[in-house]
Design a binder for this molecule. Structure first.
Ligand code: SAH
Length: 243
């Protein structure tokens, strides 16, 4: 089955861009996914083909018009989730990526300027998605990020089928650190345990490193992970916090 990606953008020439090479590029050529980059300006109705206007209430920049956005969204064949790239969205997660990759495709609305007229989120079923707490100049790179994360999970795209479940976030932890030859480099040796051939010991070492690094680098992930593991015995204690 082909995973159908539709991108609604003012810069369709940015696609497939980096997704035209390597793993994603090969998968595109093989028809494992398809790409339709749609020029949003084609939905403009006036002779200047305008897609934006000044912000209500004042302020800098321009805002994408809801009527243009709606026409673009309505042109997408139904049955796929419609995402809008915005720093005001829910942070993209590996779990959501996995859900999307398991479906028939995705449509992604790319913002520019100051972003979208908010009414589009009320009038259409659109999921606001952020790729992180920083501001990009447009939604296109965020859409490429989102698509890349989905495409590598499509059946037959990744070489080693196993490399999917072991990654950072899939376990709730960052991945353990990786090493390869040369054995000794600039006076630094690969950790001895990785050369021991003792699979149980290696697994224990990797788990410990994954936990240490997560605790130090991502206290937010660590809190969730360790909190989820340390469950009070059922019925032993009264719930103190209301959900
Ligand atoms: N004024 C807006 C930012 C506009 S940036 C605000 O402060 O919320 C212009 C466009 O870039 C946005 O409409 C969005 O499509 C995209 N963009 C910027 N940062 C992003 C992020 N972190 N995640 C997803 N999209 C982003």
């Amino acid at each position: 089955m082909t995973f159908a990606a539709t991108i609604l953008t003012l810069y369709p020439e940015m696609f497939p861009g980096p997704l035209g090479v390597s793993l994603a590029g090969r998968a595109l050529a093989e028809g494992k996914w398809s790409l339709n980059a749609v020029q949003m300006r084609d939905f403009a109705t006036d002779k200047h083909r305008s897609v934006d206007d000044t912000p209500a209430g004042g302020g800098a920049g321009m805002v994408l018009r809801p009527d243009i956005l709606a026409a673009a969204v309505d042109s997408v064949a139904p049955g796929v989730p419609v995402l809008a790239m915005t720093p005001r969205g829910r942070p993209l997660s590996q779990q959501r990526v996995r859900e999307i990759a398991g479906g028939p495709g995705v449509a992604i609305l790319c913002g520019r300027f100051e972003g979208f007229d908010e009414r589009i989120f009320e009038a259409r079923d659109i999921e606001p998605v952020s790729i992180g707490d920083y501001i990009l100049s447009g939604g296109e790179i965020a859409a490429l990020v989102t698509l890349d994360a989905c495409i590598r999970l499509l059946p037959g795209v990744m070489g080693a089928a196993s490399s999917g479940m072991d990654e950072s976030f899939e376990t709730g932890l960052l991945e353990y650190p990786q090493y390869t030859r040369p054995q000794l480099w600039e006076g630094r040796a690969i950790p001895e345990v990785l050369r021991s051939g003792d699979h149980a010991k290696i697994a224990a070492w990797r788990k410990a490193r994954a936990e240490d690094d997560t605790r130090l680098r991502r206290p937010d992930l660590w809190e969730r992970y360790s909190g989820a593991r340390v469950q009070p015995p059922s019925g032993a204690r009264q719930q103190t916090k209301e959900e």
